[in-house]
Design a protein around this ligand. Structure first.
Ligand SMILES: Cc1cc2nc3c(=O)[nH]c(=O)nc-3n(C[C@H](O)[C@H](O)[C@H](O)COP(=O)(O)OP(=O)(O)OC[C@H]3O[C@@H](n4cnc5c(N)ncnc54)[C@H](O)[C@@H]3O)c2cc1C
Length: 804
């Protein structure tokens, strides 16, 4: 075994094999994969090998397509067959909601360059004669996908990696990891120690244990999963082509051909966690006992929906474990606070996702950046809240929903509430319907008396629509209160804080007493944060950003290596806040403070520390609604009192609560983009319009060269807001924007603009097409609608109300 390597990959399943191949391909040929047993011996060997491009996140879909297309490449390099059956995929809908979901997939697929279409059930039967079409109302066909041989595919990666110079040691168990002072690792194995610059945890079923080796608790857990292989089916004999891999959402069943028979698998509602506390060391190439009694009702649904399957015997049954993160997406990337330790685990669809994960992780390791937005599979989307208890509840919930469609207005109930602000009960009493962001409960909308505080999951407008309209109108006409505790909050302080922030952020830093909008860029000049920065003193700053990105941003800050005298800390649990917005917000606040809030005395983007009623607070004049507004921050012990004080004054002013839904509507009426929806690490300042906050004159900041180059060349595409012909549904995200039959751009977010009376969609189109009044088409749930660009905000284009 080698004594040293640039990177050691722990685990020889399909994910570790892909990471090894991609590291070698990017030029890190001095890489070593360690596998404690035989390759594939964890969850890989018994997988059904299904592969598809479907994912709710467009970037993950794209990486899944990359994975599927890659198999021809590794077959060619390695000479090893992946056993490909590229026969495409069918998705079947039995309800209106499922049908809407398939239509959304179709609308998205055009821009992604994926061949997808809605087909009739008769056509679906041509692709798969086993379907009982009476059970369904619609079908979608996808050209990409099929299935592969798990062992062949893993070996093809490994052989291709070896061809490029990578090494593999089988039957070599990593026992522990010891960090050296310089950030490199001693990888201690049962065959000796390897010194490595980097280690990658691709330990699949043992990812949790390899996390423990460096003192971290990864939110990953294995579930048992069953599939059956039937005896030969007469319906399939003599067919020229294999049946198309079929997903039946209503039945929570997948079916594909396996030789002359069929393979049928199910994701049952009450799944069983495997090895909840510790994965056995000696588990290798093993299956678990079948539990037909438990699974029978669910397979019987399959036999009803695909009746031929019930008429033949079962040749083989498989029950094997594989791992999930709480939201079902992989955990990929570097872990904050553990230098040169990377993870690529919790991969529940290794044959659809393994290649893409290898690609982005290898770029991240070799070039310092994954090269594209992968926030939805970044390990940093989980924070300290993802404790073992949280994971143990969320993973089974996710498993039970593996084949349920995720409605855009749906909030999942498991492990709720976990994090609550001090006014949680007060908001609930006021009718708040809650969502969870980074496990913190926050209000989406407020059910008035007589309206149930719940919502039917739908892709179309729900019962909340008129309620949200009333909230929006009340804010624009009077004053509303929105809790901001779920924002990400940080304090940067100490001598040198200003100089460090000046390098990390692209904006001009605010003077004491001022607040600035503060884009943060990666070295490639792409947006990794759209934050605000309040200068409380020359050496003390409060920074506010998206709550879900707290761990992501903390990791970013620590990567930027603040000097020892600069302290960067999260205020997540130590600062609570509300935003008040609307033309009467000054009247609401003035009686509670001793400072003069008049327009000249306390201007837009001013910040001060002052008492608000009983509460010592940080007060800024800012907001996200486009109205006169203030944000108030105080510590949790004062927060309920601050809230009560505001209500005491507000009652006479018609103060209302508003939630996240209303905010989405209000901000789009003002054409404000939102981080993670509209602004992501795929976008540049020029494309988003955030370039107006970039200080191009600064001598140094991360991403400077790239943004200067973009300023000269001009952005390729632009963020725009469009008004869409009105119907009963808004855009959801990632729908294709079409011009003359060609998909030229894509949607990032949408909402109904209740105060402008228009359905709104935000997205990106090529710069040359981003002109006032330009018309496009967007397929919304199967209906082609006209979308017209509005370069000026539809509401208060001059910003007079904001500055009032
Ligand atoms: C019944 C079933 C059906 C499935 N069907 C599909 C499907 O159709 N399509 C699909 O895409 N996915 C499917 N999957 C999921 C798929 O199997 C996983 O996504 C995939 O195997 C994950 O691969 P991995 O490399 O992350 O993990 P693993 O395959 O578990 O590999 C991890 C490896 O790390 C090694 N290791 C662990 N600890 C150490 C250590 N300390 N030292 C050295 N080596 C170590 C292990 O021995 C193991 O080989 C299925 C899974 C099951 C159970």
């Amino acid at each position: 075994m080698k004594a040293s390597a640039r990177a050691v990959v722990i685990g020889g399943g399909v994910v570790g094999a892909s990471v090894l191949y991609h590291l070698a391909k990017i030029g890190w040929t001095d890489v070593l994969l360690l596998e404690k047993s035989e390759l594939t011996s964890g969850s890989t060997w018994h997988a059904a090998g299904g592969m598809h491009t479907f994912n709710g996140e467009a970037n993950i879909s794209r990486l899944q397509k990359y994975t599927i297309d890659l198999y021809r490449e590794i077959e060619a390099i390695s000479g090893q067959s992946c056993g490909l059956h590229p026969n495409g995929g069918l998705m079947l809908a039995a309800t209106q909601g499922e049908l809407d979901s398939l239509r959304l997939i179709c609308s998205r697929a055009r821009y992604l360059g994926m061949e997808t279409e809605m087909i009739s059930l008769e056509e679906a039967r041509n692709f798969n004669p086993l379907i009982d079409t009476r059970r369904f109302i619609g079908a979608l066909w996808r050209a990409d996908g099929g299935h592969c041989d798990p062992s062949g595919t893993t070996n093809a990666y490994v052989k291709a990696a070896r061809t490029l110079g990578a090494s593999v040691e089988r039957f070599t168990r990593v026992l522990s990891l010891a960090a050296r002072r310089d950030g490199t690792w001693d990888v201690v194995t049962d065959k000796g120690t390897v010194h490595a610059e980097h280690v990658v945890n691709c330990a699949g079923l043992w990812a949790r244990e390899v996390g423990h080796m460096v003192g971290i608790e990864l939110p990953v857990l294995a579930m048992e999963h069953h599939y059956l292989i039937t005896e030969d089916l007469p319906e399939l004999s003599g067919r020229a082509k294999e049946i198309v891999n079929t997903t039946d959402y209503a039945g929570e069943i997948y079916v594909r051909q396996e030789r002359g028979g069929a393979l049928i698998g199910t994701y049952e509602p009450h799944g069983v966690v495997w090895s909840p506390l510790r994965t056995p060391d000696d588990f290798s190439m093993q299956l678990l006992p079948e539990d037909f009694e438990r699974l029978a009702p669910y397979f019987e649904v399959g036999f009803r929906h695909f009746p031929a399957l019930g008429r033949v015997g079962i040749r083989k049954a498989v029950n094997g474990p594989f791992t999930f993160a709480p939201d079902g997406n992989p955990l990929v990337g570097p872990v904050r606070g553990v230098r040169n330790y990377w993870v690529a685990c919790a991969v529940m669809a290794g044959f659809s996702q393994g290649g893409g994960i290898g690609l982005v992780l290898s770029r991240w390791m070799a070039e310092g950046d994954p090269g594209q937005d992968i926030i939805s599979m970044d390990v940093a989307r989980f924070g300290a809240f993802a404790t073992p208890k949280y994971t143990a509840i969320k993973v089974p919930e996710n498993y039970s929903r593996r084949f349920r469609l995720a409605y855009p207005n749906e909030e999942l109930p498991a492990a709720r509430p976990v994090r609550r602000s001090p006014i949680y009960e007060r908001l609930r009493a006021a009718g708040a319907v809650m969502g969870a962001n980074f496990a913190l409960e926050h209000a989406l909308w407020f059910a008035p008396a007589g309206v149930a505080p719940s919502e039917t999951p739908t892709y179309r407008r729900s019962e909340a629509f008129p309620v949200v309209r009333a909230e929006c109108q009340a804010v624009r006409r009077g004053v509303g209160l929105y809790e901001t505790t779920n924002y990400g909050k940080y304090e940067v302080s100490g001598r040198g804080a200003r100089a460090w922030l000046d390098r990390v952020f692209a904006c001009r830093l605010p003077r004491p007493g001022r607040l600035a909008l503060a884009p943060m860029l990666n070295p490639a000049g792409r947006i990794v944060g759209d934050l605000s920065m309040a200068c409380l003193a020359d050496d003390r700053y409060m920074i506010v950003g998206s709550g879900f990105a707290e761990e992501f941003h903390l990791r970013w800050f620590s990567r930027a290596e603040p000097p020892p005298q600069v302290c960067v800390r999260s205020l997540a649990s130590t600062l609570t806040g509300v935003s008040i917005a609307g033309p009467r917000s000054r009247e609401l606040l003035q009686p509670l403070v001793r400072i003069d809030l008049s327009a000249q005395a306390f201007r837009l983007f001013q910040v001060t520390e002052t008492a608000v009623g009983f509460a010592p607070a940080i007060l800024t004049r800012a907001g996200f609604t486009g109205e006169l507004g203030y944000e108030l921050w105080t510590t949790p012990d004062y927060f309920a009192t601050l809230y009560d004080d505001l209500w005491e004054v507000g009652r006479n002013l018609g103060l209302v609560h508003f939630g996240g839904r209303a905010l989405s509507s209000l901000r789009l009426e003002k054409s404000y983009g939102s981080f993670n929806k509209d602004f992501r690490p795929d976008h540049t300042p020029g494309e988003t319009g955030l370039d107006r906050f970039v200080d191009f004159d600064k001598a140094e900041f991360t991403g400077r060269a790239a943004v200067l180059a973009e300023r000269v060349a001009g952005p390729q595409r632009r963020f725009i807001v469009m008004e869409v012909t009105d119907a009963d549904a808004e855009v959801i995200g990632y729908e294709s924007i079409v011009k003359d039959g060609v998909a030229v751009g894509y949607v990032t977010s949408g909402a109904y603009g209740h105060c402008v009376g228009k359905s709104l969609a935000a997205g990106y189109v090529p710069t040359a097409l981003a002109r006032e009044g330009a018309r496009f088409e967007i397929d919304i749930l199967g209906e082609v609608r006209s979308a017209t660009v509005r370069l000026q905000p539809l509401y208060d284009p001059q910003g007079l109300r904001l500055r009032a």
